[in-house]
Design a protein around this ligand. Structure first.
Ligand SMILES: Nc1nc2c(c(=O)[nH]1)N[C@H]1C(S)=C(S)[C@@H](COP(=O)(O)O)O[C@H]1N2
Ligand SMILES: [Mo]
Length: 357
């Protein structure tokens, strides 16, 4: 069984294809997630592409369609680095599953999220070379991995609006934390769409198609959509930008601790164009709150880690948290109000139960 050089305490939900999340304590305290700790989400088998053979084709509504090798990508465009958090739309789905079943979807806890420094070129620069036509409105990414869970099986893909694609922060990345991008995470080259759900950061991208409408790929047109309860997931709207979210990484749910000062830590992620403004923590189900200390931000596309020491008396306690973004949006209190048939976008207050002795 392939372990993909990950830590041996990864929570592996599936081995074929490899789907694993990072345990909370392993994510805690480090703004950049080491590669061996970074969660992995795959819909199909991991392709084995020789960097020398890799090509990306730019096609569709373009004045100058082009095909680029990795060497041409490296030599032809300014190199860009962005520290970006990647969060699966299904991160924290377990909280929605506790409300009502969601058949066939991975029961992710708090760890389908990680942050890395990505190096590559800006998609904006590559698109400028290709010249999008006046009727261009969306940019589709396609990969060679055929997802068996697509219906019918189909290579993975998705799209983002042209305005996002040319905004500068979207990267065609060949390195992750200053190391060549490993095959598991999309090497030789993947797209990184900061602030959008992980599914739009297409790995092993081999085709970029400029279109007048969103991608018809199964993972854009049917999955990764937010549908009302009772509807088919495909009836929802396509997910893109992510909303303010936070979770508690330490202590873990069910921990038995010494009464007295207890250190609580976690992440908060503001998503598209919105920073994390504040994180509050409560030990009395939200009747009273204390403000957590936020780590400095390494840039606009990164999560912010936070920590606080609470003084907790002996007995059972529930610790909860809520993050605010710069538009004063705050996380909703209960997952029940967010339940949706695909189990996406759970950003309800996280809660951990601890037992103080
Ligand atoms: N080609 C391809 N790209 C993909 C996927 C995939 O299955 N195939 N999974 C997507 C999803 S759903 C997520 S959340 C992220 C996960 O990126 P990671 O495995 O590097 O953590 O990759 C996205 N890109
Ligand atoms: Mo995802």
């Amino acid at each position: 069984m392939e372990s993909w050089a990950k830590r041996d305490d990864m929570i592996v939900h599936e081995t074929e294809p490899y789907n694993a999340e990072t345990p909370g304590p392993a994510l805690a305290g480090r703004t950049l997630t080491p590669v061996e700790t970074f969660y992995a989400r795959n819909h199909g088998p991991i392709p084995d592409i020789d960097p020398g053979d890799w090509r990306v084709e730019l096609a569709g509504l373009l004045d100058r369609p082009l095909t680029l090798s990795l060497a041409q990508l490296r030599a032809g465009f300014a190199h860009r680095e962005v520290i970006a958090t990647v969060q699966c739309a299904g991160n924290r789905r377990a909280g929605l599953l506790a409300v009502r079943p969601i058949p066939g979807e991975t029961p992710w806890g708090a760890g389908a999220i990680s942050t890395a420094r990505w190096t590559g070129v800006s998609l904006a620069d590559v698109l400028a070379e290709a010249g999008p036509r006046h009727d261009a409105a969306h940019v589709e990414f396609t990969a060679p991995d055929v997802a068996a869970d697509a219906c019918p099986p189909e290579p993975f893909g998705g799209s983002i609006p042209l305005a996002k694609a040319v905004a500068g922060e979207v990267i065609l990345a060949w390195a992750m934390n200053d190391r060549p991008l490993p095959p598991l995470h999309g090497g030789p080259v993947r797209v990184v769409v900061p602030g959008y759900i992980g599914a739009r950061s297409v790995k092993w991208v081999t085709r970029i198609t400029v279109r007048d409408r969103p991608s018809g790929n199964y993972f854009q047109a049917v999955r990764y959509r937010l549908a009302p309860a009772g509807a088919d997931p495909g009836e929802g709207f396509p997910l893109g930008p992510v909303a303010i979210n936070a979770d508690i990484l330490t202590p873990v749910d069910g921990a038995v601790l010494a009464a007295g000062p207890v250190s609580v830590s976690g992440y908060a992620f503001g998503g598209e164009h919105r920073g994390v403004a504040r994180v509050d923590v409560s030990a009395d189900e939200g009747r009273t709150w204390r403000q957590a200390d936020l780590d400095p931000t390494p840039g606009p596309w990164s999560w912010r880690l936070w920590r606080i020491v609470l003084d907790l008396p002996a007995g059972a306690a529930t610790v909860t948290a809520r993050a605010w973004d710069t538009a004063a949006c705050c996380q909703p209190e209960y997952a029940a109000s967010l339940w949706n048939p695909g189990g996406y976008a759970n950003n309800a207050w996280p809660r951990v139960r601890v037992d103080l002795r």
